[in-house]
Design a protein around this ligand. Structure first.
Ligand SMILES: [Zn+2]
Length: 462
């Protein structure tokens, strides 16, 4: 009996070891199989950096952005389209890590954890990746940036589909600057060349932050609707002078927002308090990392723990240590536009096999940020800003809501120019974010870019 029991235990241990071993192997295969396979297959998948059997990358209208012919990777005929979609399509070497040619490499090469390279072997070609991007709109956004650094992104806030995401600087993938060119360049024209600024960028928000402060005011100041302020062009808070570019005069809460009065927000911020303002920002997604395709976005940064008095006043108008990620800002615009619920923006619509079968489909994720009542009031305030200050003529037929920002950066450099907003036209439910680095005034630089892109999108849907 004793011996049998010992044997049984030994057998159980052996079974456990085998199962455990298989478990570890299975786990490692599930985690690394894709990486091993794409590495192993590199020899027959890539030749001189080209995907030999990779599928196509297409825009939302079927325009082919990248394809393989006679073993070579080729791109769209239009240089404007190649440059404007560079950071979304990506490269085959993996410098642009968020581009689909890197982030969706296994899908494009036809690899599946179950069948290996079955698709490639059977059809001689991997899967196609269909983007939500409209390449024509992207080209217009590229033109509007006029070579300046920055980002333009627009998305459908009902569905989450990104129509354009242009990051600058960019380059022509058919005529890539050499590593030496990039390294030797001293005028900064290649700064952050491989980064998609929509995902990786972090910027001082300037007055676009007044959207967040206004939400916090609505949440924390019970009598905010009876708020009145007379702007004389400056306000001293706790010994710190806050200024406006002009005397705005007598205003209520909504007018303080549409006039973008720094002095009024400085006073308002003292009523809100630093911790409640930071709390609002965190509830609105500051500190949060979003998943874009297979890559994480940079998280917006806020820390008002040490901010009181004058620092809090400047923080409330977006001029403190706070930094905002453009993808996050776009999401926030989506939330305001969509009654408080943000449909998170995405750029890959589907992955389609060579037989036309959809093997992956985008599943939009929704996050609730604010109440419908607050979303409606902020929408109304942003609508008034366009009607009263920026001019509806810039956004014809769009019932546009918006906020500009002119974010002071380091000494001697022009401010970053911002425009954020969305259309209330039900046929064109689009939100947009524009940042032109060191572009100057929001209203004179970023706003005209937004105007051109929104007009093109309106044309495409009507
Ligand atoms: Zn003012």
């Amino acid at each position: 009996m004793k011996t049998t029991a010992k044997r049984s235990i030994a057998l159980l241990l052996l079974v456990a070891m085998v199962l455990g071993g298989l478990g570890v192997l299975g786990y490692r295969f599930a985690v690394n199989g894709e990486k091993w396979a794409t590495l192993r297959a590199n020899e027959h998948l890539t030749e001189n950096g080209s995907f030999v059997g990779a599928g196509n990358v297409l825009d939302r209208n079927g325009e082919v952005l990248a394809f393989t012919e006679n073993g070579e990777r080729n791109y769209n005929n239009s240089e404007r389209i190649r440059k404007s979609t560079l950071h979304i399509v990506g490269d085959t070497e993996g410098y642009i890590s968020s581009g689909v040619q890197t982030a969706y490499k296994s899908q494009l090469s036809g690899y599946s954890p179950l069948t290996g390279f079955y698709t490639l072997e059977r059809y001689g070609k991997g899967n196609d990746v269909v983007l939500t991007i409209d390449s024509k709109v992207s080209a217009v956004a590229y033109d509007a940036l006029k070579g300046r650094k920055g980002v333009v992104a627009a998305y459908n806030y009902k569905t989450g589909e990104i129509l354009c995401s242009v990051s600058s600087p960019n380059y022509d993938i058919e005529d890539k600057p050499s590593a030496e060119d990039i390294e030797k360049n001293k005028d900064g024209k290649y700064d952050g060349l491989y980064l998609n600024r929509l995902i990786d960028g972090l910027y001082t928000p300037g007055s676009t932050f007044k959207v967040i402060t206004s939400i916090s005011a609505l949440q924390n100041i019970p009598d905010i609707h009876s708020f009145q302020y007379k702007c004389t062009g400056e306000e001293v808070v706790d010994g710190v002078k806050v200024t406006c570019p002009k005397k705005h005069g007598e205003m209520d809460f909504h007018e303080c927002f549409s006039s973008s009065c720094n002095c009024a927000f400085a006073v308002m911020s003292q009523e809100i308090g630093s911790l409640p303002l930071e709390q609002t920002a965190r509830e609105l997604g500051f500190g949060e990392v979003f998943l874009f395709g297979n890559k994480n976005t940079a998280a917006s940064i806020i820390d008002l723990a040490a901010a009181s008095g004058g620092d809090l006043a400047w923080a409330s108008v977006g001029q403190y240590d706070t930094l905002v990620n453009p993808y996050h800002m776009l999401t926030l615009m989506g939330a305001v536009a969509n009654k408080g619920d943000a449909v998170l923006p995405f750029a890959v619509e589907s992955v389609v096999s060579p037989k036309g079968r959809v093997v992956e489909k985008a599943e939009p994720e929704v996050k609730s940020y604010i109440t419908p009542v607050i979303a409606d009031e902020i929408s109304q305030m942003m609508r008034e800003a366009v009607e009263d200050k920026y001019g509806d003529g810039n956004f014809e037929n769009l019932s546009m809501c918006g906020k500009t920002g002119t974010a002071e950066v380091e000494d001697g450099k022009k401010p970053h120019s911002w425009f954020v907003g969305f259309s209330q036209n039900e046929q064109c439910p689009i939100a947009i974010v524009v940042v032109v680095e060191n572009g100057g005034w929001g209203s004179s630089t970023a706003l005209p870019v937004a105007s051109k892109v929104m007009k093109e999108i309106y044309k495409s849907v009507s």
